[in-house]
Structures are given as structure tokens and as C-alpha cells.
Design a protein around this ligand. Structure first.
Ligand code: SF4
Ligand code: MG
Length: 333
């Protein structure tokens, strides 16, 4: 079995006095070796909270209130939400087993140290190496990530690097521990389109070379189409549709996925297709509707939708939480 990480029925809440935000609700997926899973949805859909739950880096008010997150290390299962969030095991998992690439590379860079020093420090933190070996490895990694003139540029400071170059360093920092899983949370959103593509290609190359698994978070369907093997579409804290990229993008089954596809331009889309906007607004996360959370915006909503839909399996791993597909599943038997 090639499963590295299992997220089962994850529930994460933000609790502040009387206010409870169900940021992640009954979310399940698995991460397989060498594969990319894309979590896609608008901001506030729970994508980032899901991955922060995995790495136990939730903000202070956030709390995992249900479910299980299991990391499989050398055949041994470690239930991440049952171990101390800043204990030795969790610290050894962050960075070494699961690496993070952030939207803003400044998050992982310190402005007062040179690029070379930071990458070296990170190497020394992860491995027993001499300073000289760490320096050689830092040069090697930065070079393989396409930083030009590495030997002189390692003496520069982050502010002397462009956004795209800083993101390469951010990726270098995340790759130092040779993590088995990379979590990339909107890693190219801040970059312009050509640089975006370069960074995405770079991530694919890394995956090809090291067999890294990737959890890729984005609101951009074009990017997810380019990167992901499987997609989970998130809406108001839930995965409403899940399947292989081709299934979800060419044959969307949830009205939200359908609306999202019609509202966002993406590579390969029909040139005649007109972009629509999804009507209505997302509901108040602190006062979610009782039934299907998409009902207030859904043109197919009926009485049945006052109850949250079951998850229907449509064959070939394609799953959808929408009452419209109840009969379809019954036909499949
Ligand atoms: Fe629309 Fe009902 Fe399906 Fe929800 S369950 S997406 S409201 S049809
Ligand atoms: Mg986010």
C-alpha cells in the first residue's frame, strides 16, 4: 500500500466565547506516494485549516474536535492529532516528513540572514553534517532549483531576491529535510503568470525526481488541472466532490463545482464559454444553514436539501455530496 497520510472525518473548529466556526467538517482523503492531491475552493472554504490541522500549526483558537489524521512512517501508523503538537515526534515530522511551501516565501525567510546562511542552518537542523558539507549541499539544492550565479547570490539577503527567486528559496528550504509530503498552500498566488508556471514545473520536477507527494491548495482551477492527480472541491469546510482530476473537471457532479468551473478561466477551456459568477454569497461561517451549505446559492435546491446530503459514490472513485445523485448511485447498485 502506497498510502502515506490518511485524513478521516476531520473536524476542526474555531471557538471564541459563544461563537463556533466549523472550519473543517467531516473531511476525509488519503495522500499516496508520488501523487498530488489538489484541494480547491474559494477563500474561507477550509483548505488551509485542513493542512494546518495536519501539521498541528493551527492558530490559538483553532482546535481539532473530531476525526483522525494518520501519518504512516515505515509501515508504522502515527496518529498526528493524538500526539503533542510541539512534542519531539511532531517536530520531527514537520520539515522532515512533511514540508511546507507558503504563499509568501518571506514566511520561511529571515530578512537579517543571507540566503546561503538560512539554507545551511536549515540543513544543519535536519542532518548531522559539518558546516562545509552543509554549504556544499545548500549550493547544490539552490543550483538545482534554478537560482543563477548561486555562488555569489548565496551571500545576498532576501530583499535582494525577486518574488520568484524567493519562492525558489522557499521551496529549497522545504526540500532540505527530503520530506515525503510537500504541502503547498497557494504557492504561486503572489507571482506573475510566467513565474507561476516556472515554479509549478519546478515542483513537478522535484516530484519526478524524489517521488514526493504533494498536497496542493489553490482557488485556481487552471493550476489544479495542471498539478493534481486527484481533486477535492471544498465548500464551507466540507469536501463536496472528490475524484480524479479528469472526472471532476470534465464531468463535475456537484452544482458548486459546476458553478466554479463556469466562473473561472482555465487552460483548455472552451473559448466560446462565457464566464459566469456564482450567485449569492457564502453563508456566515458562524451560522451555517442546517442542510446543504450550498442550498442558498443552488439553482437545483429542493425540500430534500434541508438535510445535509449523504456522500454518493458514482464509480471509479468519484464521490459527491449532493441529493441530485441519490438515484444515480442506486442505479449503480
Ligand atoms: Fe444543491 Fe441540494 Fe445538491 Fe445541495 S444537495 S448542491 S442544495 S441540489
Ligand atoms: Mg488559505
Amino acid at each position: 500500500d502506497q498510502t502515506l497520510l490518511k485524513v478521516e472525518n476531520l473536524e476542526t473548529r474555531f471557538i471564541s466565547g459563544e461563537t463556533i466556526i466549523r472550519a473543517v467538517n467531516d473531511v476525509s482523503f488519503t495522500v499516496k506516494k508520488g501523487k498530488t492531491i489538489g484541494l480547491v475552493g474559494e477563500s474561507g472554504s477550509g483548505k488551509s485549516v485542513t493542512v494546518h490541522s495536519i501539521t498541528q500549526l493551527l492558530p490559538p483558537l483553532g482546535k481539532i474536535t473530531g476525526g483522525r489524521i494518520t501519518y504512516i512512517k515505515d509501515g508504522k501508523e502515527i496518529v498526528l492529532n493524538k500526539i503533542q503538537k510541539n512534542g519531539k515526534t511532531m517536530r520531527s515530522i514537520r520539515g522532515k516528513e512533511i514540508g511546507m511551501i507558503f504563499q509568501d516565501p518571506n514566511t520561511s525567510l529571515n530578512p537579517v540572514y543571507t540566503i546561503g546562511n538560512q539554507v545551511m542552518e536549515n540543513i544543519i537542523h535536519h542532518e548531522k553534517v559539518t558546516k562545509k558539507q552543509a554549504a556544499e549541499k545548500a549550493l547544490h539544492i539552490l543550483n538545482s532549483l534554478g537560482i543563477p550565479n548561486v555562488r555569489s547570490r548565496i551571500h545576498e539577503y532576501p530583499h535582494q531576491f525577486s518574488g520568484g527567486m524567493k519562492q525558489r528559496v522557499g521551496i529549497a528550504m522545504s526540500m532540505v529535510g527530503n520530506p515525503k509530503i510537500l504541502i503547498a498552500d497557494e504557492p504561486t498566488t503572489a507571482l506573475d503568470v510566467t513565474i507561476q508556471l516556472q515554479i509549478l514545473e519546478l515542483m513537478k520536477n522535484i516530484q519526478g525526481e524524489y517521488g514526493t507527494s504533494i498536497i496542493f491548495i489553490t482557488h485556481n482551477l487552471g493550476i489544479v488541472a495542471h498539478m493534481a492527480d486527484e481533486i477535492g472541491v471544498m465548500y464551507m469546510g466540507r469536501i463536496v466532490e472528490y475524484g480524479f482530476t479528469r472526472q471532476v473537471l470534465t464531468s463535475p457532479k456537484h452544482p458548486y463545482t459546476e458553478a466554479l468551473l463556469q466562473s473561472v478561466p482555465y487552460v483548455g477551456m472552451n473559448k466560446q464559454a462565457r464566464l459566469k459568477t456564482i450567485k449569492g454569497n457564502t453563508p456566515d461561517p458562524a451560522a451555517l444553514p442546517e442542510g446543504c451549505t450550498f442550498a442558498p446559492r443552488c439553482e437545483y435546491a429542493t425540500e430534500a436539501c434541508n438535510v445535509y446530503p449523504d456522500e454518493f459514490h458514482l464509480g471509479g472513485g468519484h464521490k459527491v455530496s449532493c441529493w441530485l445523485h441519490k438515484e444515480r448511485e442506486e442505479q449503480l447498485g
